[in-house]
Design a binder for this molecule. Structure first.
Ligand SMILES: Nc1ncnc2c1ncn2[C@@H]1O[C@H](COP(=O)(O)OP(=O)(O)OP(=O)(O)O)[C@@H](O)[C@H]1O
Ligand SMILES: [Mg+2]
Length: 363
């Protein structure tokens, strides 16, 4: 199968290196998300793929074809940007029809294609409306139809939902994912919002501030097995507990100042995991069980005092100050079959977690 590859791509603006020897492979026919903090170079990558910018060095391939120097209109790659960027003086129909008009396609064919695309983005009947009379979500759907009408092989989406409110964003995410499923086209979706990337993508890449890819994988693999502190913290919430690694007869444990010894488990041994090394244990807040009374059956125990409670409806978040001064976040699901204990501020609580639910991260 064809993939999009950036090989040792470097790009600088005004003498400042933004991408430094970047290697990235994006599988085709999938919903791929590129997630990273603001300013790390995500838009720059899309602009290079689209042909709006040129690399300083390195190569870009679409399948076997080297497209590094292929001009923008000859790449079968289209983009939907964060700003709607519709032509304000053209109707919805003419906005979508634009690229076909340039190709001088017949009126009948244009009408048929535009109708098909507007139906796909659920805007049938909006043909004669002007962009300014549409909502943000509707404008983005027009932009989507316009980008898809020339039948690109790859659709680049640069934070296309950033301007929408949460409810609409969730709806549009679902629609985008259904659309991709139907078209089986490569979607490269750029965002700095981990929620969007996790919900919508089949595979994702996490970029750090320096513009390097830290991890690439399925959302589940990245969430459950982050490879670095940066990834663990950027994708979801987590608790970092610093300690010293001990290994005895194949069993791992971590000694934490003021908290004693934790049993930990790691499915893969890493080179840096040598006895005595300092490291971080990462435990997701939803993997910690909170209770006012002692419980059995857990590998690890901590104790502390509740200093903050936030009720989120579906879940409750507790901030607990441990006896060694460390703060720990705990998420508790508010479910019917989970009898709630009415935990309150200042309550002394026990926190438990299993060794399988920790990730060991390099210091
Ligand atoms: N045309 C340009 N001229 C000069 N510097 C630029 C240009 N475009 C981007 N930059 C710089 O390159 C860096 C990366 O920018 P880029 O737009 O790729 O980031 P991003 O990851 O898309 O961020 P965001 O999430 O905020 O959109 C930033 O420091 C930015 O200021
Ligand atoms: Mg950007």
């Amino acid at each position: 199968m064809k993939s999009i590859r950036l090989e040792r791509v470097s790009k600088s603006y005004d003498g400042e290196l933004i991408l430094d020897n970047l290697n990235l492979e994006i599988p085709t026919g999938q919903f791929f998300a590129l997630l990273g903090p603001s300013g790390c170079g995500k838009t720059t990558i899309l602009r290079l793929l689209a042909g709006l910018e040129h690399v300083d060095s390195g190569k870009i391939y679409l399948g076997d074809q080297d497209i590094t120097n292929v001009p923008i209109h000859k790449r079968k790659i289209n983009t939907v940007f964060q700003q709607y960027a519709l032509f304000p003086h053209l109707s919805v129909f003419e906005n979508v029809a634009y690229s076909l008009r340039i190709k001088r396609m017949s009126d009948d064919l244009i009408k048929a294609k535009v109708s098909e695309l507007l139906k796909m983005v659920r805007l049938s009947g909006f043909e004669s409306k002007m962009p300014r009379s549409l909502s943000g979500g509707q404008q983005q759907r027009v932009a989507l139809a316009r980008a898809l009408i020339s039948e690109p092989e790859v659709l680049l989406l640069d934070e296309p939902l950033a301007a929408l409110d949460l409810k609409l964003k969730e709806e549009m995410l679902l629609e985008l994912s259904q659309l991709q499923d139907k078209l089986k086209m490569t979607f490269v979706y750029v965002t700095h919002d981990q929620f969007e990337a996790l919900t919508v993508s089949e595979r994702m890449a996490i970029m750090n501030v320096q513009g390097d890819i830290e991890q690439l994988g399925t959302p589940k693999a990245i969430y459950e097995f982050p490879v670095s502190r940066f990834v663990a913290n950027f994708v979801g919430n987590t608790n970092f507990i610093e300690g010293k690694l001990q290994i005895s007869s194949g069993k791992y444990s971590v000694e934490v100042d003021g908290l004693g010894l934790f049993s930990v488990y790691t499915p893969v041994e890493k080179l840096w995991m040598i006895p005595g090394c300092r490291l971080y244990v990462s435990v997701r807040p939803e993997k910690i069980f909170i209770s006012k009374s002692p419980k059995e059956g857990f590998s690890n125990h901590m104790a502390g005092k509740v200093i903050d409670i936030i009720y989120y409806g579906r879940s409750t978040q507790y901030r607990v100050k441990l006896r060694n001064g460390l703060y720990v976040l705990v998420f508790e699901q508010n479910e019917e079959h989970f009898p709630q204990e009415n935990i309150d501020y200042d309550d002394e609580v026990h926190l438990y977690f299993q060794k399988e639910n920790v990730v060991l991260l390099e210091h």
